[in-house]
Write a protein that binds this ligand. Structure first.
Ligand code: GLY
Length: 381
């Protein structure tokens, strides 16, 4: 990170951190035993009870671990451990396991093991890695997305964020199998998901027998050739983390290319991230979760680039976080949820779902970014 930018913003960083910690420490105690996905009128829902294997259920516990490493407040740790017990329920059905094993386990059981050394958490993280690896299509070189009939040949950009679980597993057991699968998937993403201009394709459809790429499918976003901003965030962060674990310069180049696309386009929206960078500007639909995830990615990326590039990425990340703080945050300690104005789904066919709502992963990435700005060295990924 560029230290001058950090120093110039120290007062703001300290103030946001103080409000965030005050709010989240109250929420951690009040909501121990649930796992939120969204909130309604300042009350979290309980997605953990409704579906313990839901893809985003790791973000609540992961955020608790982040706050614990940033504060050493035991209340965060207790809530993180309680959330792990809930997602353990999801292990009981094989049908519920999917490509999001990393989102679900790496930042909960994996974080638990890395912080406390807990052996049961270690085993659960390795089981998750084994289950994720088992989804690899050897001919197509991709990790299969979802479980629904018809999605056997699909790879999605989101899955880049699940690869750190595989890299970690290989390091732990001293066997490259998991890492090789992650590398094959990331190489496929370089070829088929990341476009020449640095924007990304959400879904790529492969022939399940030959591996041939059959088509690009829209999934999320305004159109097949537009740029769903959260997908872009998954690409910037996923490629940066793949570089961290492999030192493959091609991944770093892809991280830089996607980061440059984000930085240039976010500036054109005053750093309030739209849900799609190539959708009509009006009506304006935002996705705060894409902004804060991209900010984390940019801050991580600063570790691996020149000082000049680190300045550009620190500057863009801080501007996104300041816009998030100013326009989208609620710091009332009695009101569940911090970052508002996230958008779950933005398809072109007019069926909008969960637009301008709270989503737990926006809070997670905001907390992660503020931890990074404060110099917390713990990398949860
Ligand atoms: N990985 C699911 C999403 O970003 O909506």
């Amino acid at each position: 990170m560029d230290q001058d930018i950090i120093n110039n913003n120290k007062e703001w960083i300290d103030e946001v951190w103080r409000k965030l910690d005050k709010k989240l420490s109250a929420a951690a105690v009040r909501n121990r035993g649930i796992i939120p996905y969204t909130s309604n009128e300042g009350c979290y829902d309980n997605r953990g009870a409704a579906n313990p294997a839901w893809w985003s259920n790791g973000f609540w516990g992961g955020m608790m671990w982040l706050m614990y490493t940033g504060t050493e407040n035991e209340e965060y740790k207790k809530t993180a451990l309680a959330s792990e017990q809930i997602i353990d329920e999801g292990l009981k059905s094989f049908k519920l396991l999917d490509h999001d094993a990393g989102f679900l386990r790496h930042i909960v059981s994996g974080a638990n093991y890395r912080i406390t050394g807990d052996e049961a958490a270690y085993s659960k993280a390795l089981y998750a890695a084994a289950s994720l690896a088992s989804r690899f299509n050897v001919d197509g070189g991709y990790i299969r997305a979802w479980n629904s009939e018809g999605s056997e040949g699909w790879s999605i950009i989101d899955c880049m964020m699940n690869l750190p679980l595989l890299y970690w597993a290989s390091e732990e057991i001293g066997d490259p199998r998991f890492k090789r699968i992650a590398i094959r998937h990331a190489d496929m993403v370089l070829r088929h998901h990341i476009r020449a201009d640095g924007s990304v394709n959400h879904i790529v459809v492969h022939d399940t027998e030959t591996g041939e790429v059959l088509s690009i499918k829209r999934g999320q976003g305004y159109s097949e050739c537009s740029c769903w901003s959260r997908g872009l965030a998954w690409a910037i962060y996923g490629m940066t983390l793949s570089y961290k674990y492999t030192n493959n310069e091609e991944y770093l180049a892809a991280a830089v290319k996607t980061a440059n696309y984000f930085a240039a386009n976010a500036a054109a929206y005053d750093y309030k991230t739209p849900v799609d960078f190539r959708a009509p500007r009006e009506p304006a639909y935002y996705d705060s979760s894409a902004g804060v995830c991209s900010a984390c990615a940019l801050l991580e990326l600063t570790k691996y680039v020149s000082d000049a590039e680190a300045y550009v990425y620190t500057d863009a990340a801080v501007k996104v976080l300041k816009a998030t703080d100013k326009y989208f945050c609620n710091y009332d300690p009695d009101w569940d949820s911090v970052v508002q104005m996230a958008t779950e789904r933005y398809p072109a066919d007019g069926v909008m779902r969960w637009v301008h709502v709270h989503l737990i992963y926006a809070d997670f990435f905001f907390a992660e970014a503020m931890n990074k700005l404060r110099g917390n060295k713990f990398c949860i990924w």
